[in-house]
Design a protein around this ligand. Structure first.
Ligand code: 11C
Length: 343
């Protein structure tokens, strides 16, 4: 007998991916419910070969639900995750609302799957997309040579900003080709044929919230001793976040060693031929599950330095896939109960 699973925010970019990946990976669900705002009630969404009709979150009774995958923004998560958990379902939340709560595990299964055991509020948080792919790449290198400091520049696709972000790139590109005025609604500057060195709001120290998240989340998931500084940039790519990563280690590590370590690391695919096109781009990573690493090279400007290029599908490993891997980690550890079975 399987589980009853609810997807909250089912009509959004990540919600749709959640339903696709639940079906693709044959997650042991007897019943899957799609939930959304009142406005989206009745919207049809595919789940494998079935079509689900979105129901309204506001009036939904979670008393027989075992697992809730939430991707409806921080405010909804703040309000609903505790209410749902109080009804005995485990919530895996994609927003930033619970990530920094010490009683809420922040999990990337390739890195810290056992942290699911530390769940105290019935809530587990999924990291920011740019952090998820980064820690998948850093973990095996950290285990081998101990990371001291990371400097990362991101090249983040517009789907990270939701469907409105994708629509804005599409609309502005068409407007430019037809010599019409370009309007900025979602992003603070034009994104078509441009890039924007700001993701999320500015903090007092001059970093953006996205940059702060990468630092805080890497510490919580991987190691609080790691120093990290980031510059996060929005680029006119629909799907797939890319990162130029520079790492300083305690111990020596050669490019060849790093390549061999990463080749056998879970969730990682190395594509690194030192020839034109011998690397991955976001266009190729979109729709894929792996975190791709290319351009691994020694950085001789510091002791024990390495640089590499890291690309992943932000809607999959950066969000929906990671959430479902967390659910699988719960199932594998016997931590997800079926209420129907218990009755
Ligand atoms: C972006 N990384 O690309 C953001 C989206 O904290 O889950 C995800 C924000 C988050 O805009």
């Amino acid at each position: 007998m399987g589980y009853k699973v609810a997807v909250v925010g089912a009509t959004g970019n990540v919600g749709r991916e959640l339903l696709d990946i639940l079906a693709e990976r044959a997650f042991p669900a007897d019943e899957v419910v799609a939930l959304a705002s009142r406005r989206s009630q009745g919207t049809e969404i595919s789940y494998g070969d079935k079509t689900l009709k979105a129901k309204t979150l506001d009036t939904y009774d979670f008393s027989d639900v075992d697992l809730v995958l939430m991707s409806a923004g921080g405010d909804i998560s703040k309000e609903w995750a505790p209410k749902i958990a109080a009804q005995g379902a485990i919530v895996i939340d994609n927003s930033s609302a619970w990530r920094y709560d010490q009683d809420v595990p922040l999990v990337v299964p390739e890195v810290n799957a056992d942290a699911v055991r530390e769940m105290k509020k019935g809530i587990i948080a999924n990291p920011n997309c740019s952090t998820a792919q980064l820690v998948v790449a850093l973990k095996p290198l950290h285990d081998h040579a101990t990371i001291k400091r990371v400097v990362v520049a991101t090249y983040q696709s517009v789907s990270g900003a939701g469907k409105d972000g994708m629509d804005e790139l599409d609309r502005q590109t068409k407007a430019l080709y037809s010599l019409q005025d370009v309007q900025e609604k979602k992003f603070p500057k034009r994104i078509a044929f441009n890039l924007i060195p700001q993701i999320d709001v500015f903090m007092e120290d001059g970093f953006t919230k996205e940059e702060w998240k990468m630092m805080a989340e890497t510490k919580k998931i991987l190691d609080p001793k790691i120093k990290l500084t980031a510059t996060c940039v929005r680029v006119p790519v629909f799907i797939g976040h890319s990162e130029a990563v520079n790492v300083e280690f305690e111990k020596p590590i050669s490019a060849e060693e790093a390549q061999a370590i990463l080749r056998s690391a879970p969730g990682v695919m190395v594509i690194d031929k030192r020839e034109p096109g011998g690397y991955i781009t976001p266009h190729e990573a979109a729709g894929e599950d792996a975190t791709y690493i290319s351009r691994i090279r020694e950085d001789i400007t510091v002791e024990n330095g390495l640089s590499f290029w890291c690309v992943s599908d932000n809607l999959r490993k950066g969000a929906a896939l990671n959430a479902i891997q967390i659910a699988e980690a719960l199932v594998n550890r016997g931590l997800l109960n079926s209420k129907k079975q218990a009755a």
